[in-house]
Design a binder for this molecule. Sequence first.
Ligand code: IPE
Ligand code: IPE
Ligand code: MG
Length: 248
Amino acid sequence: MSKLTAGDVPEHVAIIMDGNGRWANSRGLPRTMGHRKGVEAVREAVRTAGDVGIRYLTLFAFSSENWNRPEAEVSDLMGLLKAFIRRDLAELHGQNVRIRVIGDKKNLRGDILPLLLEAEETTRSNTGITLVIAFNYGSRDEMTRAMQALAVEVAQGRMTPEQITPEVISSRMDTAGIPDPDLILRTSGEERLSNFLLWQAAYSELLFVPELWPDFTREVFLAALEKYAGRERRFGGLSPRQTIAVGS
Ligand code: IPE
Ligand code: IPE
Ligand code: MG
């Protein structure tokens, strides 16, 4: 069992689920098998997050740049998301999970948008963990859409430029109402953000683990949370220990 105490548990964990392709390649399997196995890791991660008391879990499922992948892989990823919502929505709803989707909802293919909206609508009043699915999501795209919306408000005289504060900008992001992530975790050993939550990550702790996403078990997740619990967050100020030293 984990040594985590309630106060150590981050309110919001955001995960860049990376390494599905490498997981499959290393077994001589097609990349799609890695994505399939990755869905199982998603289920386990949501359960673990709920068990330890995380309130928001954001999962980077498909980036605005992932359209650059071969068409067959893009279709495969879209199909997996649809299958996940069709198969798991009832169970997630039963577990009191609230689903939010961030990313550009325009120009999605076929029946994906209605499914995403159904998942959000069905679970809207749930009070358990919020599962934020970042789909067709890219930070620069999100910020561009937010700036365009603000520019329209200013042009129409509904807001002055001086009224645009960091809080107002946050409220125009796809993540409006969701606290900034305390921890951003990336699997597979890559150490970059790949256009994920750039505005929201201002004071997030970053953690990069070597495990490939399909190997991201409950144990790996708990070990990462323990590392987070050992971090000292300062938000530009001084830690209590430093403050005592200054005062004495
Ligand atoms: C993450 O695994 C899944 C998505 C980006 C959708 P990758 O598909 O990026 O796997 P690697 O990085 O090629 O191993
Ligand atoms: C980031 O992973 C996107 C998702 C996990 C959905 P990528 O595999 O697309 O990122 P890069 O290309 O290695 O930066
Ligand atoms: Mg990758």
